[in-house]
Structure formats: C-alpha cells, structure tokens
Design a protein around this ligand. Structure first.
Ligand SMILES: [Mg+2]
Length: 394
C-alpha cells in the first residue's frame, strides 16, 4: 500500500491552516453536450483562509439532496474552523466522533467536499499537486471509461448510436445501463445490439443500477456473457453483500460495487465476504480521500482494484479522482461523464486533460482546478456563505 506520506510528514510542510469563510454553490440542471442527457445539479464548496488561501471541494449529491448536503457543510464548518489541527486528519477525527452520521451518504458527501477543499488548500500553500503531496513520483496516463446515461434516450438503438459516437471520439471503454426503462428481455437485446454496433474491441461494462433481484441479475448476466462484458456493476444493492457475493460466484463476470456506500468499515466487510472484484467508491461521497486511500489499500491486499465512480461534475471531484488514481497501487478505469465536460468548461479549468482513452493530471498546485466564480454564480441556483470566527490567534 502506498504510504509515502503521513500526517506528520505533510503537516510539517506548511504552517497551520485557518478557515475564515465557507461558501457553497449548487448548480442548476443543464443540457449536456451533444444533446445527450442532462447535467445534474452539482455541489461545490470553497474554503478561504484569513490571508486569502482558497481550496475547492465537491460533494456527491443524490437528486434533491443538494440543499441538505450544503446545510450539513455550513453546520459543521464552525467546528472545523475551531480545530487546532485543520488537516484532513483533524477533520477526520472530528467527523468520526459523529459516527452514526458519518455513515449517511449526505453527511459523507459533505465531509468529502470539505476534506477535498482542505487538501486543495494544502496544495496551494505548499505549491504541490495533490499527487505529489501523496508521494507519487510523476504523472502517468490514467485509464478512463465513458458512462452512457440519459433521461431521454435509452432505447437499444439510441444507446448503440451513443456508444459508437464515443468510441469514435477516442474512448475505448463504455458503460451502459440496460435495465433503465427496460424489461429483462429488452435489456438483454440492448446489450447484444450495442456490442454488435461497437464491434469486439472496445470494453463494454454493464451497470444494473442496484437492481434488487439477484435472480434477475443472474439471468441477465448469463444471457449477456457471450457479449464479452468487462464488468457487471451493482447487480444487487450495494448493501446486499451476500447477494453480491452469490452473483460473483455464480455469474462468472467481475462484480463492481460501492458507489453509494460510505466509510471504510463497509468496504472491509465487503472484501471479507469476497463480494467484489472491483470497488467503485466515489471520492466526493465515500467520506474523503483518506477513506479512499485506506479502502484502496485494503482492496489491494485482496487483489481487488478500484475503479472510482464519479457522478459529479467533471471539474473538482473528477480532478481529485485523477490524483487518487495516480497514487494507489491498484487503479482501474476512472469514470467520465462525457456530456458533462462542456458544462464544466463554462466555469472551470479542470486539473486534468483527456486524450483518447486516457487522462493526465496537470502539474498545478492542489487539485489543479481553477474556477471562474462569476460564471459559477451565473449557473447556480444557490450560493451560501458563512463567515467563521477565527481560531484562537497564533
Ligand atoms: Mg453505477
């Protein structure tokens, strides 16, 4: 497991941080690129110190939960600002005391966002990219895949057309959600159609979206196995560890789970039950980067890889995800929502670039993201700010 860094080694590199102001933004839903799918509301946080150091974070939000997650951020912010030890570790110690809340996806989204912003602040102060803070030697190509999801286009023909388009754009791996608005038979037919359309080479991943029927998942898996499926994602609910373990044993396809689960303990149990081949926690939702790193280390010990989920903007959280993938020993493909990329460019310069089937982080401090706040204001439905009392003065 990577451990080229520690609380002590990183904290020694910069003076104590302080937080004077916490702001959150919630963006409005928007049209995605190429008319395919919509961009969901995203939640951003900016921390600003008394001397003007800024850090950006993003929290994973379920539909309709955005104001709740923003509310949690503003509620816990004064406690964080009052810490003597404003570091990812100090934050983790604080939030872990609220252990029941920490398991909640909204709470974990809030703490993930704040921790991400603290890492970004540390990067700004030390002038180091996040991956360098975490001890990685240098940049390397990161494997990515393209998700295919739309609320308006889901027929087999529409999905096949989208898959072909993305392969032509340079992606070599696509993920589909064949049970979306489909019967079992339609789902199986859609997978056959898409594989036929893209040909044998590109990787094709199938997401059953927390389908709550293990028998259905096994039937679909058996029917699509000849289509050369790279992985079967959420073939059962993420909390149904025995169901996932059974599907893994019987389906003969690699099982992916973890996108809506939080905290290290869940993943430890999942691994103990041999219930997954690949984990896909979300760096903006699992609880924070430290949790992600610990989960990746545990997974590596079991020969399991981590292919991070990222149903977030393709700006702040996606940049953090790329740095994470640079430093863990067992990265799988990282998730990209191609239809979100154009919207992100309206207000942000992300900390990575996509080149064909790979992404590369940029050598900028912290997450490497720069945000045009005037543009973000214009795209947002809500912008809240809390001014915080200074920690005891040094
Ligand atoms: Mg999924």
């Amino acid at each position: 497991m990577l451990q080229n860094f520690s609380r002590g080694s990183i904290a020694a590199e910069f003076p104590p941080l302080d937080i004077a102001r916490v702001e959150t933004w919630i963006t409005r839903p928007a049209k995605g690129d190429h008319g395919f799918g919509d961009v969901k509301p995203c939640l951003f946080v900016r921390l600003t110190s008394h001397n003007g150091v800024e850090g950006w974070g993003e929290g994973y939000v379920l539909d309709g939960h955005e104001p709740d997650v923003a509310g949690i951020i503003h509620t816990i912010a004064p406690g964080i600002a009052a810490l003597d030890d404003i570091t990812p570790w100090g934050l983790r110690d604080l939030v872990s005391q609220a252990d029941t809340a920490h398991l909640d996806v909204d709470y974990a989204g809030a703490t993930s966002a704040i921790e991400m912003a603290v890492w970004d602040m540390i990067g700004q102060v030390t002038e180091k990219p996040l991956y360098a803070l975490l001890g990685a030697a240098g940049r390397r190509d990161l494997s990515i895949y393209s998700n295919i999801w739309s609320d308006t286009q889901w027929t087999g023909a529409e999905l096949a057309e989208r898959a072909v388009f993305l392969i032509e754009q340079g992606y070599d791996a696509v993920k589909i959600h064949p049970l979306h608005n489909h019967t079992e038979e339609q789902a199986i037919e859609a997978v056959h159609m898409i594989r036929g359309a893209i040909g044998p080479e590109p990787k094709l991943m199938v997401d059953l979206d927390s389908n709550d029927d293990v028998e259905l998942a096994l039937t679909v898996a058996a029917a699509i196995k000849p289509d050369t499926i790279t992985w079967l994602e959420e073939p059962a609910d993420g909390m149904d560890i025995t169901g996932l373990a059974r599907i893994r044993r019987e389906a003969g396809l690699p099982v992916v789970t973890g996108e809506k689960q939080t905290g290290v303990a869940h993943f430890k149990t999942l691994l103990a039950h041999d219930a997954a081949d690949i984990l896909n926690p979300d760096i903006a939702g699992v609880g924070g980067l430290l949790d992600m790193l610990e989960i990746a280390g545990l997974a590596d010990g079991k020969g399991v890889v981590v292919s991070p989920h990222c149903w977030n903007s393709m700006t702040v959280a996606a940049s953090a995800m790329m740095h994470f993938c640079m430093v863990i020993p067992n990265p799988g493909m990282a998730e990209i929502y191609p239809e979100y990329l154009g919207h992100g460019r309206l207000y942000a310069s992300a900390g990575f670039e996509i080149s064909g089937p790979v992404a590369r982080t940029l050598d900028r401090p912290g997450l490497g993201v720069s945000i045009n706040t005037a543009a973000l204001d214009g795209l947002s439905s809500q912008h809240d700010a809390s001014n915080l009392a200074a920690r005891r003065m040094q």
